[in-house]
Design a protein around this ligand. Structure first.
Ligand SMILES: *Cc1c(COP(=O)(O)O)cnc(C)c1O
Ligand code: SF4
Length: 365
């Protein structure tokens, strides 16, 4: 008997992109899909921004979403007064990344892995950025000397097996510079894996060109750690960028930051995580928002994060359940938090409750 093979893959059709803003409506698809064009058209002033989010009356309906003052994209990228409110408990360098720097540009905190800063530029500057102290500051960017010193440090520390290539956004580097970094790391016998910590899948998906993806193939295993915070960021452009990376053999993980008014709702996070899985991205972390300066308006109670995990675990695929972590202020590293599933322990008898709050007893031998 013959089986009919259906080859049409319609998952991508479930992703949508908002209409192109008026000022770019005449751009060709070729321009739109070109990351250099995208980078050049970045919005840098209120003037330009107004051209994008205020539109004429008859277009109002079509562009209704851009008028939403609570749009999660807008809330993450357009600065408001909240940033000027610096609490006495806010910290310039909340994770003490500068303190744990054996050489400028490398944070070595955990036994076997390091953070390696390669640029301080990003396509979009996020309101909630934990590295506000230095992103976009040209005087703090990684010059070639710093890059070489960082590579020399990693090379002379055989205990390092995992390098998180970070920034800023490392994809702000040219393909040539990135390939140089990857090739240097891959040439070190003790380096097993590296990760590109990038938000370009959200902020500039056109950056993931075929040429870039096939360059990565030479340096596998390459992990990509990205930063989607809301299902609305899962556009067709993002879908295609993830597909190019996944097809090239990269393993993609997502690190969401828990943000008040944006994704502090289990329904939003569940939808985001389902979309991520369809994009072949595995939800990895939910970060409690750091105590960086001027972002306290984004911070939620810890309970909010626990409540999100409570509404995911058991109720949906385990693959859609990330770890909820607090990156401890002062450099303590990531601390995982879970709702309490232990009801009581009596010697070898452990009483747990499941996701439906039913109790079960496990007895140790
Ligand atoms: C987050 C982080 C890492 C990577 O941690 P994982 O839990 O392995 O993802 C490494 N170094 C520093 C300093 C970090 O903050
Ligand atoms: S992309 Fe990352 S590093 Fe850049 S501004 Fe946003 S959160 Fe900060």
């Amino acid at each position: 008997m013959a089986f009919e093979i259906i080859t049409k893959n319609t998952v991508r059709d479930r992703f949508t992109s908002p209409p192109r803003p008026e000022i770019w409506k005449d751009s060709t698809d070729k321009d739109w899909n070109n990351w250099i064009w995208q980078q050049q058209k970045r919005i840098k002033s209120m003037d330009q921004l107004e051209k994008v989010i205020h539109v004429t009356e008859e277009e109002r309906n079509a562009f209704a979403e851009s008028h939403d003052p609570n749009c999660p994209i807008r809330l993450q990228s357009v600065p408001k007064k909240g940033e000027l409110n610096i609490l006495p408990t806010d910290l310039e360098d909340p994770l003490a990344e500068e303190r744990d720097m054996p050489v400028p540009g490398v944070t070595h905190r955990y036994p076997d892995r390091v953070l390696f800063y390669t640029t301080h530029n990003c396509p979009v500057y996020c309101r909630h950025c934990t590295r506000k102290r230095k992103v976009s500051d040209p005087s703090s960017s990684a010059a070639n000397k710093q890059l070489e010193d960082g590579l020399a440090y990693i090379s002379s520390h055989p205990e390092i097996r995992d390098v998180v290539i970070s920034g800023g956004d490392p994809l702000s580097n040219s393909d040539d510079r990135l390939e140089y970094i990857l090739s240097r790391l891959r040439a070190m016998d003790h380096i097993e894996v590296f990760r590109l910590g990038t938000r370009n899948l959200v902020t500039l998906p056109q950056r993931i060109t075929d040429a870039f993806a096939s360059m990565l193939k030479k340096y596998h295993p390459v992990f990509v750690h990205t930063h989607f915070n809301h299902p609305k960021e899962c556009t067709q452009e993002a879908f295609d960028a993830c597909a190019r990376l996944a097809d090239a053999g990269c393993i993609i993980n997502n690190q969401m930051v828990l943000l008040k008014g944006i994704n502090d709702d289990p329904k939003v996070v569940k939808l985001l995580n389902h979309k991520l899985l369809m994009m072949r991205v595995r939800p990895y972390y939910i970060f409690q928002c750091d105590m960086s300066q001027g972002i306290s308006h984004f911070r939620t109670p810890i309970e909010t994060g626990l409540n999100i995990i409570e509404h995911l675990r058991g109720w949906t695929s385990g693959m859609a359940v990330p770890h909820y972590v607090v990156d401890a202020p002062g450099g303590g590293g990531k601390i995982p938090l879970l709702p309490d599933y232990l009801v009581k322990r009596d010697g070898k008898k452990w009483v747990f409750r499941n996701y439906q709050r039913k109790e079960f007893t496990y007895i140790e031998p």
